[in-house]
Design a binder for this molecule. Structure first.
Ligand SMILES: [Zn+2]
Ligand SMILES: [Zn+2]
Length: 462
C-alpha cells in the first residue's frame, strides 16, 4: 500500500530497534539546521521556526498539517535520520520536506479524489518535481536493486533512493532512441507522464473505465518520505500557515522581502491571489445571505420561532426570497467565468430551496428561465452585443424580486431609474458582481453592493 504510517503495535515493535541516544538525535538535527543556514539562510530560518519532532510513526520523514495548532510540523524517524543518512543527506532531506510546502504540493493533492495508485503516482510526481533542485539527495547504495525494480534494498543501513527525473526516459519504439524526461516541470506535468508510463494493471479486468483504478502500488518506485496530506485541513488555513511560516522565518533571519529567494516571493504572491479568490466566493455568499435575510416584509421569514427563540425562516414557498440572476453576455466575460459564478449560486441555493430565475442581457434582456441547480452555460445559449442596462433594470423594477444579482464587467452608461419611481419609493435590492478585469467604479453603484472578482494570475507551479 502507499502509506507507510505505522499503527501503535508496529511503532512499539520498531521503537527498540530504532533507538538512538537523545544527545545524538539533538546533535544531528542541530548540525543539519546549522549547515542549511550556512548555504541557505532563508530555509535555515524556516527550519528554526518549524516544530520538528522525532517519531517512530513513520519509517523516514514527512511534513504534515497540524489541524489543531493550524501549522506545519515535521516528523523525522531517528534511526533513518541519524543512522542511515550522511550529514549532507540529512540537510537534503530537510530541504526536501520544506520544498513540498514552498511548492504548495499539500495544497494541490488533498483536494483531488483519486485512487490509491493514482495518489502514489502523484506522490512520485511531487518528489520528481523538487528533487532535481536539491543537491545531495539520497541516491541509495551499491546493494540497491536496479532502477525500475521497486523491491526494498536488502541493506539495513541503506538510506533509500530518491525519485530522480534523470532516471526517466521515453523510448522510440522504432528507432530505440531514448529521450530523457524534461526538467523544470510541475508536479502535474510529471503526473501526466507517470500515468502513461505506469498504466493501471487492473484497468483491463474491471473494464468499466471509471473505477478509479486499482489500489496495488507494489510495482511503483517509492518516495523517500510520507506525504500525509489527505484532506489535511482547510485550504485557507493551509495558506495562512504557509504565509505565517515564511514571515516568521523572515523576521528571525532579519531578511527583508527583497532578500527572499525568487520562488518564495512567487509563493507569497500566489498565496495572496488564491486567498483573494477564496475571499471573493465568501464575499458573494455573505452578500447574498445578507440580502436574502433582509427580506422581511412578510411575516414568516423572520417570525420568532417560539420553541427555539430565534428568527427562523418561514416554510411557505411564497415567502422564500426570490432571487433573480442577470448575466452580462456583451462578450467581455467568458462562459467559464459565468459558470464559476453559477457554482457559487448553487452553494447558496443548497442552503434552502429558493426560487431563482436566470436571464441574460447585452442591450436586450433575454432568455429568462427558471434556474435549476447545476445549470451550465454554453455558447449556444447566449447572444452578444453592446451593453445597456435599461431593459434589465426595467425588468428588475417590474418584478421586484427580493434580490437581483447582476454579473457584469461594469462598462455601461447610467440609467435614470429614479425617474421611474414615486418619491420615497425604493429600487429593489441589487447586488453587482464585477467580472475579472471589469471596472468596480461603474455608474450604477448607488443601486446596491458591488463585489469585485479578483484578477487572479495563473499561478506558477512547480
Ligand atoms: Zn516527498
Ligand atoms: Zn540500497
Amino acid at each position: 500500500m502507499s502509506s507507510r504510517i505505522r499503527d501503535p503495535k508496529e511503532i512499539k515493535k520498531q521503537m527498540e530497534k530504532e533507538m538512538v541516544p537523545v544527545e545524538e538525535m539533538s546533535q544531528c538535527l542541530a548540525t543539519s539546521i546549522y549547515e542549511t543556514s550556512k548555504t541557505n539562510p532563508f530555509l535555515g530560518s524556516v527550519l528554526q521556526c518549524l516544530t520538528i519532532s522525532y517519531s517512530h510513526q513513520l519509517p523516514t520523514a514527512g511534513i504534515l498539517f497540524n489541524t489543531d495548532a493550524k501549522r506545519w510540523d515535521m516528523l523525522v524517524n531517528p534511526y533513518f535520520f541519524c543512522k542511515k543518512l550522511s550529514a549532507k543527506e540529512r540537510k537534503a532531506v530537510l530541504i526536501h520536506e520544506l520544498s513540498h510546502i514552498t511548492h504548495k504540493h499539500p495544497l494541490r493533492v488533498p483536494f483531488m479524489k483519486i485512487s490509491a495508485r493514482k495518489r502514489m503516482l502523484m506522490n512520485i510526481a511531487a518528489d520528481m518535481a523538487i528533487n532535481q533542485y536539491i543537491p545531495d539527495i539520497p541516491k541509495g547504495c551499491n546493494q540497491c536493486p536496479p532502477i525500475g525494480q521497486p523491491t526494498p534494498c536488502p541493506n539495513e543501513l541503506c538510506p533509500g533512493r530518491c525519485i530522480d527525473v534523470k532516471d526517466y526516459f521515453d523510448q522510440d519504439p522504432k528507432t530505440g532512441t531514448k529521450t530523457q524526461w524534461p526538467l523544470n516541470q510541475t508536479m502535474e506535468a510529471y503526473y501526466d507522464r507517470l500515468i502513461k508510463r505506469f498504466d493501471d494493471p487492473d484497468k483491463d479486468d474491471k473494464g468499466d473505465g471509471n473505477s478509479g483504478g486499482g489500489t496495488e502500488t507494489g510495482d511503483l518506485p517509492q518516495t523517500i518520505d510520507e506525504h500525509m496530506w489527505d484532506g489535511a485541513g482547510e485550504e485557507k488555513e493551509m495558506l495562512d500557515a504557509t504565509e505565517e511560516l515564511v514571515k516568521r522565518a523572515m523576521v528571525k533571519a532579519r531578511l527583508s522581502y527583497d532578500d527572499l529567494p525568487g520562488h518564495v516571493k512567487d509563493l507569497l504572491e500566489e498565496i495572496k491571489t488564491r486567498r483573494n479568490e477564496l475571499n471573493y466566493k465568501a464575499l458573494i455568499l455573505l452578500a447574498m445571505k445578507k440580502h436574502a435575510n433582509g427580506h422581511n416584509r412578510k411575516g414568516t421569514w423572520t417570525r420568532k420561532n417560539k420553541r427555539l427563540g430565534f428568527k427562523a425562516p418561514g416554510t411557505k414557498v411564497g415567502d422564500l426570497p426570490k432571487l433573480e440572476l442577470h448575466l452580462d453576455t456583451s462578450g467581455s466575460i467568458s462562459t467559464e467565468e459565468l459558470n464559476e459564478f453559477l457554482e457559487i449560486v448553487d452553494q447558496f441555493l443548497k442552503v434552502g430551496a429558493r426560487k431563482c430565475n436566470l436571464a441574460f442581457f447585452h442591450t436586450e434582456h433575454y432568455g429568462r428561465q427558471q434556474y435549476k441547480m447545476g445549470t451550465k452555460i454554453d455558447k449556444s445559449m447566449i447572444q452578444s452585443g453592446g451593453t445597456d442596462l435599461t431593459k434589465t433594470l426595467e425588468d428588475i423594477f417590474k418584478r421586484k424580486g427580493d434580490l437581483s444579482i447582476i454579473i457584469t464587467d461594469g462598462c455601461y452608461g447610467d440609467v435614470p431609474v429614479e425617474s421611474w419611481m414615486r418619491p420615497g419609493q425604493q429600487f429593489p435590492q441589487v447586488l453587482w458582481i464585477i467580472s475579472k478585469g471589469g471596472t468596480e467604479d461603474h455608474p450604477l453603484k448607488r443601486l446596491g453592493d458591488t463585489v469585485k472578482c479578483p484578477d487572479g494570475s495563473t499561478s506558477k507551479r512547480r
